[in-house]
Ligand binder design. Sequence first.
Ligand SMILES: [Zn+2]
Length: 249
Amino acid sequence: MHPDLERLIALQRLDTTAEAARRKLADEPEHAKVLEARLEAARQRVAAAKTAVAANQAARREIEKDVAMHQSRLSKFRETAMAVKTNVEYHAVQKEIGYAQGEIKTLEDKVLERMLEADELSSAFKKAEADLVAEQKAADAERKAITAQHAELQASVDRIATERAALVAALDKGLLAMFEQVARKRNGIAVAEARDGVCSICHVRLRPQVFNSVRRNDSILQCDHCNRILYFAHAPAPATPDTSPQPAS
Ligand SMILES: [Zn+2]
């Protein structure tokens, strides 16, 4: 293979790897934000569950105050009942007693409802707290992984920069300029494999003569359509006989 073609292929590999690493590094703040948002949502669910428990307790205390009020009225009516002189007065006070008893019964039913609801709310609160702990644990593990990956990516970017500088120093200046010009125009990809007679990236068919030259890998040729530098990947000789089914010829 033409030594500069080999260098250009290596250069493309380095640039593609470095670009992927840089993209992952650039995604880190967004990833951290997503983690924080998930934690915040779990914290808010805990806070909402806690508020619901407190609201239930407050409502129950209000009802119990009303019960106490009706009970004190009831005992007053009972005292009055013992002191009444006439039948009319007796019936009137009995009516008040009946009314107060009815109110107390209704309110006590409401207290019971609140108590049942309190059981549900308290288990929902406990579940929200357990979820938050689990979310926190998962976020810690993910943050640790991000930190480890960050160091790895940064090291890889640094290593690639050193390798790239060595490659560029050995590469023909005109070819480097061509590579960089195509890379700028073509989304960072300046080198393409020619496969089955087409440029494997823009998929345009190469002239047979061009494809034949590319197959030899002994000169620098560009795709007529996308201008990418073309090379041909010869299938490596298999170490073991190929046992995969072969199409009938
Ligand atoms: Zn092309």
